[in-house]
Ligand binder design. Sequence first.
Ligand SMILES: [Zn+2]
Length: 505
Amino acid sequence: MRRILVGFACLTSVASATVHYKLIPEPEARSIVVSITVDHPHQFETFRIPGWSPGYYQMASYEKKVSDVRAADSQGNGLKVDNSDIRSWRVASNGASEETLSYRVLGDDPGLGFFAVNVQSDKAFMNGAAAFMYVDGRTTEDVDLTIKNRDGWDVATPMTPGANGRFTAGGYDEFIDHPIQLGEFKRRTFTLSGIPFEVDFVAPENQVRCNMDAETERLKAVSAPALKLFHDAGFKKYYYIIHLEVGNFSGGLEHRACNVQAVANSGELHLDDLAAHEYFHAWNVKQIRPKVLGPFDYTQPQRTGNLWFSEGVTDYYAKLHTFQSGLRTEAWLQNEIADQIRQLQSGQTRKIKTVEEASRNCWEQDGFGFGDLSFYTKGLLAGFLLDSAIIDATNGTKTLDDVMRTLFQRCRLPKPGFDEDELRTTINEVAGKDLSGLYNKIVRSTDEMPYSIVSKIGMKVGVPSQERQSPSANVAEYVVETDPAASPHAKALYSVWLHRLNGVE
Ligand SMILES: [Zn+2]
């Protein structure tokens, strides 16, 4: 959203509808210095550091890394700053026509940076929420960023490049969803459906051990299915930023036009389904999202019962698309699903908490679920079962892909996200049949999952014979496989499930 103002009296305000940021990496002090300039400030302006970062449903303590907060007018006269609560700083503008707040952020995030800021002698990484405060009431204004980069340092960020080394973003939410990698790293590129992709390999002392060309080819392959599914994207260029050193978190974090993955610096990465998961988020959660997940309230936990869809169904597509990319076999796909069933069934929390409750309450736990109930795991299986039910209900003319496309058209930015019950109604609409009973059983009850419905699409879920049981953990080794005794109709529906993107350009 942009401000549209009319009349002469407002002309100066038109010019003010951009918040200016400046970023200076200071490796000597293992930190960055940020300054934020606003024109025509109110009598008091409040600057806040977010309490959490989109994509990780936990409160962070970014304020603990912030120091040296000060404010001045355009002549350099100091302005009073009041640290009104732990995450906000209120500046008395004192009639100034322009004011600048500056501060330092300690860059000691583990690994090469992930959720926060990491500054080393040869590189720096910024996750936006940890680095950049917002100005209360001005988050929809355009943003521009000037980076005073070190000599010899490269830059990678999905932000839109402008003149004189500046970058721009359409508002604060977009701005901080574009991480920034500075320093020495290695770059590869490819193009898919006319869209440029960039892969940045960041390693200690710039020593990358894997075959970057081969790994880039795999990323290209795994990036194709989602573009086929949606025929469109919310990004104009996409970045994979690969951090080849594991800190206290390995895995990936999605952003609007980018993802960051932290993995060990080994000779073979094969990011495959991890990459596919983070990449699919560019649609599912960045565009197709619960209403509370954009525009964001950064001050407190944002609860939704639908993280099982945002995370678990994303993981379902990560597995499907890794198979559909040609990188993995049909047997691999079936085994991956079977492994998720084993994980869900070996837990106890599923008997007392629904996956919606686990989604809402994850802020009190680790951000992945509640107790031993992961909404990634149950959400993946929910996706599998609902997909099967839609294929069955429509005789193979529709799949969960149609639900995703419908939601993408309805929710894509700048439109609002979906209502809490909108997934159920959209699934029913696509299926042409009321699947509420099944939906409620899977998502809103603690009943056992109705795995037998996959027989409708020629599959079966089973606990195999005794000798195939896990010898160690007393946990049944489930199998997911095609049923040789299935009817020709069911076998045809299985083919729809597996090969739905075949022939799609
Ligand atoms: Zn995810």
